[in-house]
Design a protein around this ligand. Structure first.
Ligand SMILES: [Cu+2]
Length: 294
């Protein structure tokens, strides 16, 4: 019992990092049991993507209904019983032109809406916050390149945090200590990406060993982390809260145990966290530009 309590105290100390700035943050981006559809959109990009999905769904449903109706009509009116002697013509130019032109029009229509969204996602703006993320088997490493500090982010309950990727009372205690609940097991990490609300964040994504994929569904971003290559994604989160993602490229045995936690906080809370993180991880202080100027 005493061993357990001293273990808990050690865990508490371990988890009491400045990176835990989470007080009062609502968990926004999270999968929910038994629900369908998307997580709430927290960026303009995610809103656009979800709208596009809805619009294309309408087109898909209309086409499915149309084709199904044609099939049913053919089965009823042109089966062997009702149509004993079938017609023997082989061509019908107006219909052939129509079934070539109409799909083109549909595709051009879809393209007119999907390409702007694609460009918005893939044209990387100037970042106000720049973070490099590296996928490892099986955790994520983050580098705040503006301030020269880096830290790793492990799932709570992963071997690096004293677990074995399974839910145990100790893991539950760690989750609660870190401000999460049992439900966030497999999603919550010990340290997390902290970014200010309403700022453009550019993430440079790469892999260290095999291909991983970094995503936050509520932001509408997903990018493969390929070893030896740098790719980028960007987001500008509109709502404070905690957002979860999971590695989205099958990367090995513990692929399911390298989740992503992003905390979107107020600018003040971000500045506070940044100062703490710079100290904790020996980064370059925020005032460095001023200091170098004189
Ligand atoms: Cu992975």
């Amino acid at each position: 019992m005493r061993l357990t309590s001293s273990l808990m105290a050690a865990m508490t100390a371990f988890l009491a990092l400045p990176a835990m700035a989470q007080e009062g943050l609502e968990i926004v981006g999270k999968p929910v049991d038994g629900k369908m559809g998307f997580q709430p959109a927290a960026t303009e990009l995610a809103r656009d993507l979800q709208w596009l999905d809805g619009m294309i769904n309408v087109i898909i449903i209309a086409i499915v209904i149309f084709v199904t109706a044609l099939l049913v009509i053919v089965m009823i009116r042109y089966n062997r019983k009702t149509n004993a002697t079938p017609a023997s013509f082989t061509h019908n130019s107006p219909i052939e032109i129509a079934w070539t032109i109409i799909p083109i029009v549909i595709l051009v229509f879809i393209g007119a809406f999907s390409l702007p969204v694609l460009f918005k996602q893939q044209e990387i703006p100037e970042g106000e916050i720049n973070i490099k993320v590296t996928g490892y088997q099986w955790y994520w490493g983050y580098e705040y390149t503006d301030h020269d500090f880096a830290f790793d982010s492990y799932m709570i309950g992963a071997p690096a945090t004293g677990g074995d990727n399974r839910m145990t009372p100790e893991v539950e205690a760690q989750l609660i200590e870190a401000g999460y609940s049992k439900d966030e097991f497999l999603l919550a990490t010990d340290t997390s990406v902290v970014v200010p609300v309403g700022k453009t964040v550019v993430m440079t994504v790469t892999g260290a060993d095999v291909i991983h994929s970094w995503t936050i569904p509520a932001f509408g971003v997903k990018q493969d982390a390929v070893p030896g290559r740098l790719a980028q994604l960007w987001f500008n989160a509109e709502k404070e809260g905690v957002y979860f993602g999971q590695c989205s490229e099958l990367c090995g045995q513990a692929h399911a145990y390298m989740p992503i936690t992003v905390k979107v906080v107020s600018e003040e809370a971000y500045a506070e966290w940044l100062d703490g993180a710079i100290e904790e991880y020996a980064g370059t202080p925020r005032s460095v530009d001023v200091a170098q100027a004189d």
